[in-house]
Design a protein around this ligand. Sequence first.
Ligand code: DHK
Length: 146
Amino acid sequence: MTQPILVLNGPNLNLLGLRQPEIYGRETLADVEAALACLAAELGVAVACHQSNHEGQLVDWIQEARKDAAGIIINPGAYSHTSVAILDALNAFEGPVLEVHISNIHKREAFRHHSFVSSRADGVIAGFGTEGYLLALQRMAGLLRS
Ligand code: DHK
C-alpha cells in the first residue's frame, strides 16, 4: 500500500496530557503519534498525523485526502458535535473513515452525545482512552487489506 492513512485531530487535542487528564489521560499527542507510527510499521502501513484547532484547516486536509490518503482516522474534538462542514468533506472522501473519541461521549453532557461525523464513519470508538487510536489503526489496516 503506498498511500498513507491520515490521522486527524481537532481542537484542543494538542493539549492532550495537560488538559483534564482525568478525562483525556496523561499521554501527550506526541506520545499517541509515536505509538501510531510504531504500530503502523508493525502493520506495514504508513500514517500521516495532523492536528488543528481550525475547522477550515481540517476540511482542507480531508479534501486533500481525496487524492493523497487511503483512509481517514479522525477525532474531530468539539467539531464532532457542530461541524456539518467536516461531515460534508468526509462525505466527499471515498475511502474508509473511522471516528475516535478518547472519552465515552455518551456518558458525558447531552450536547456531546450527537456526532455529525458518525453518520459517515464506518466505525466509531469512544471511551477507550488514547488506546482507541491504536485500535482504529488496526481496524483501518484490516479494512484496507480486505
Ligand atoms: C474530545 C473533545 O475535545 C471533546 O470536545 C469531545 C472528544 C470528546 C474525545 O473524547 O476525544 O466532546
